[in-house]
Design a protein around this ligand. Structure first.
Ligand code: ATP
Ligand code: MG
Length: 425
């Protein structure tokens, strides 16, 4: 019979790879907690309306990337394509934003119907940060300072650079959009096909077109900086000062816009040249209007998402995966003959007395020789040997597997001490 395969663009994470992911997730969560971010979990499915209203009807995500379906009652649901909208929905629904500030993080799978390639999947994973209720550039700066620390702790700081920009208020963007459209409409025959389409739907997205001829055309186009209102201008200047004094290097990219409608004011991306076209590892910015847009009280907010697949690829690319995070076995318990009752008791005693111990018991029988082979293959430092003889004498055989030393017979009462000493813990 034909075997059923996984869904295209949705990958399994095998035991060999999971230690790297555990390491990365634990490192980010730990850094987050040190900055006062606390974890929030929300469902993977939301009402479709939530994403339409927040991300925007004419964005790539809502137009062509969402996994949307009707439930059995005809309610339109969508697998979350990102976390910010759900985070706002959940925080608002539970009163977390009422007269208080919040710093939250979350992690988990996101879903977008895209063309799968290196660093671009249909089920991918993000680690997200959102800070609510703080309007100043100080919290933007701290978020970026925290990310810079995270890259250092992960050993990839040299591979990432920070780009920042300011999108101003929606009024400033509207004025800019009008002038940009006028400029580009007069030169429409020079635009690539994608950009032509965007001219009427989402013209700001043309700014980050990767097509060289379009980029060239933009050199003489009006620039968003010239349209910024005084508040955004001063916010941007202060952010730059705060980053400089904290020693976080950045580059201003006046063409940096984000693909989601809710952003305003500060936007940023951490990019690498080491992953080909999928070079943005972390992206975010301010979304001061979103809470109100979703029915809450006006609440300033800033956040970002880290693409974990790209982060892991970058760690691999930069040889930044620490040795020793692969799960290994310390002790393999060889059990020959009718000894399983004793084997399980001995294994439990060791686990109780030595809680750090990683012990694997042999199941399914087999000769002494074949079990010793499995012990060796497991990577264990020590084999413990339990046969009917050992049980009768109240002993256990102890055989170091990585040293050239003989098996010794140890009384059961001495076993914990012996194992502890041999593993040098
Ligand atoms: P891109 O321009 O690469 O499509 P985006 O602007 O759509 O990214 P965001 O919505 O800002 O991405 O998501 C934040 C981060 O999540 C991205 O910078 C990236 O690291 C990661 N990401 C986004 N889409 C995918 C995907 N399909 N597969 C893997 N990672 C992704
Ligand atoms: Mg995208």
């Amino acid at each position: 019979m034909k075997q059923i395969q996984s869904v295209k663009g949705m990958e399994d994470l095998l035991p060999e790879q999971s230690p790297v992911w555990q390491y990365v997730e634990a490192t980010i969560a730990e850094v987050a907690q040190r900055y006062g971010y606390r974890e929030i979990r929300f469902p993977i499915v939301e009402q479709t309306e939530l994403f339409k209203r927040s991300i925007g009807e004419v964005t790539d995500i809502v137009e062509k990337e969402m996994y949307t379906f009707d439930d059995r009652n005809g309610l339109s649901l969508t697998l979350r394509p990102e976390g910010t909208a759900s985070c706002v929905r959940a925080s608002e629904e539970h009163g977390l934003l009422y007269n208080q500030t919040q710093k939250l993080w979350y992690t988990g799978p996101m879903f977008r119907y895209e063309k799968p390639q290196k660093g671009r999947l249909r089920q991918f994973h993000q680690f997200g940060f959102e800070a609510f209720g703080m309007a100043g550039p100080d919290v933007d700066a701290e978020l970026l300072i925290m990310l810079a620390r995270l890259w250092r702790e992960l050993g990839i700081a040299d591979g990432l650079s920070l780009q920042i920009n300011n999108l101003g208020t929606s009024e400033a963007r509207a004025r800019y959009r009008a002038d940009l459209v006028t400029y580009l409409s007069e030169r429409v025959e020079q635009l690539d096909e994608d950009s032509k389409r965007r001219l009427s739907t989402n013209p700001l997205r043309i700014l980050d077109s990767k097509i060289p001829s379009t980029q060239a055309l933009l050199n003489d186009a009006p620039s968003l900086v010239d349209y910024l209102d005084e508040t955004s201008r001063s916010h941007f200047a202060q952010l730059q000062r705060l980053l400089e004094s904290a020693g976080v290097a950045f580059e201003i990219n006046p063409r940096l816009v984000r693909g989601l409608d809710y952003y305003n004011n500060t936007v940023f991306e951490w990019v690498t040249t080491k992953l080909g076209a999928q070079g943005t590892v972390c992206a975010g910015g301010r979304y001061d209007g979103l809470v109100e847009q979703l029915g809450g009280r006006p609440t300033p907010a800033v956040g970002c998402g880290i693409g974990l697949e790209r982060l892991v690829l970058l760690l691999e690319e930069m040889n930044a995966i620490p040795a020793g995070i692969q799960e290994t076995v310390d002790v393999y318990l060889v059990a020959v003959g009718d000894v399983m009752a004793d084997a399980l008791v001995i294994a439990e005693t060791l686990r109780s007395e030595l809680p750090w111990l990683r012990l694997v018991t042999n199941f399914g029988g087999g000769s002494f020789k074949s079990q010793m082979k499995k012990a060796d293959k497991s990577g264990a430092q020590l084999a413990l040997v339990l046969g009917e003889d050992e049980v009768a004498k109240g002993e256990v055989g102890v055989k170091p597997l990585r040293l050239d030393s003989a098996q010794q017979q140890v009384a059961r009462a001495q076993l914990v001490e012996t194992v502890k000493a041999l593993l040098d813990q």
